[in-house]
Design a protein around this ligand. Sequence first.
Ligand code: A2P
Length: 288
Amino acid sequence: MKEIILNNGVTIPSIGYGTYKTTDGSSYFNILDAIDVGYRHLDTAKVYNNEEEVGMAVRKSRIPRKDFFITSKLDRKCLGYESAKYEFNKSLERLQMDYIDLYLLHWPRTDYGKEGFDDWKEQDIGAWKALEELYHEGKVRAIGVSNFLPHHLENLMNYANVIPCINQLELHPGYLQIEAVEYSKKLGIALEAWSPMGRARLLKNETIVNMAKKYGISPAVLCLAFCLQMQFIILPKSSNKERMIENLSALGTIISPEDMNTLISMPQSGWSGEHPDKKRVRLESALV
Ligand code: A2P
């Protein structure tokens, strides 16, 4: 498996198995299948309600813990210093592990502007300070963020001593979040793509279907290969063992520069396009 070196020297497999809502609801067996076909990078979160299953599957595999790369995330309802420390330890307990490879702030504090949400900057920073301490204590090998737009990163960077290793965003040909991607890259933050197939929506897209035919691959593999070529770490999820295997084959496809341009130029819309902060940013830019 190809690996990427993060800004703190830690390596991460470029394909991870995404465990959010595996479609038939049996995460434990899906995760066992994923491990069986070769995935060693598993992406979970408190809100996915399957950290226990991830831990159980890793132990059941009898593969040494050090051969896995495990990511979990702090629930956005639990930001702030004390809460972040408490929740991190709860994740360790649920996973039954003594360290996590990568721990992310799952979402920035959103909904600010609403009553009771005017402390977003302090809440994000408090949680980040907790993650920095956990990192220095060796309980987590790398720390990062998810769904952070440039203004969230800017706020964090005003106070951070440790630069996030990762920003995990919704990223696929139909949604490239260029501003957030460019801002992250400038800071040396690697990008991870959640829903790299646009939650299967892109698999019926005419441009993607026709281009996939030309390469003799499936639309799914085309989307994944595109993301890998953009240097994104990808987190495809599937509850089907054949498709799990198929998704790993994306590393073998090279897309021509012309076709990359066609994919980059596709109309943009994403599930997180209605990120509450994004509306605010649009509104603010309209006012300037
Ligand atoms: P299934 O679990 O039945 O395989 P995303 O990761 O972009 O959110 O997309 C996940 C969706 O894509 C799931 O519904 C999954 O369904 C489907 N999927 C995953 N891999 C493939 C594939 N290789 N071919 C077709 N559909 C896939």
